[in-house]
Design a protein around this ligand. Structure first.
Ligand SMILES: [Zn+2]
Ligand SMILES: [Zn+2]
Length: 132
């Protein structure tokens, strides 16, 4: 298994997630429209997908998580789409309104959040991963 991490806002240190376990298998992701791309409590590096295909604006050097893996986020920005945000603009912020992520959650795409690594501090979590 790969490492587990927690992420914090790079600018103010707010904790943004619980423990996230890395998912390294492209085939383990769910590409069905209107469903979570990956489960709560896991993340994958955008590079797992981006070299394979153009993926809803995802760029290298991002981590991808499901929205419910992120905690205490403030929703903002345009959040434009027919059923959910899908325009690829900053739309998730920490409590101090620092830019954190881009939630993609419209009906014609798998649902996930892009978190560029230059917005967050990644903390390696030692030892056992959560079994809950
Ligand atoms: Zn912040
Ligand atoms: Zn829609």
């Amino acid at each position: 298994m790969s490492g587990s991490i927690q992420i914090q806002c790079k600018r103010c240190g707010q904790v943004l997630s619980g423990v996230l376990t890395e998912l390294t298998d492209y085939d383990a992701l769910n590409y069905e429209d209107d469903e979570p791309l990956l489960d709560v409590g896991v993340y994958c590096r955008s590079e797992v997908i981006v070299p394979e295909e153009l993926f809803f604006g995802a760029q290298p050097k991002e981590i991808l998580v499901y929205r419910k893996s992120l905690i205490d986020m403030v929703e903002g920005g345009p959040r434009v789409g027919c059923c959910g945000p899908g325009d690829g603009k900053w739309n998730l912020f920490c409590q101090k309104k620092h830019r954190i992520g881009i939630e993609m959650a419209d009906c014609y795409m798998p649902h996930f959040v892009r978190v560029p690594l230059n917005r967050v501090k990644v903390i390696a979590v030692e030892g056992e991963t959560s079994t809950s």
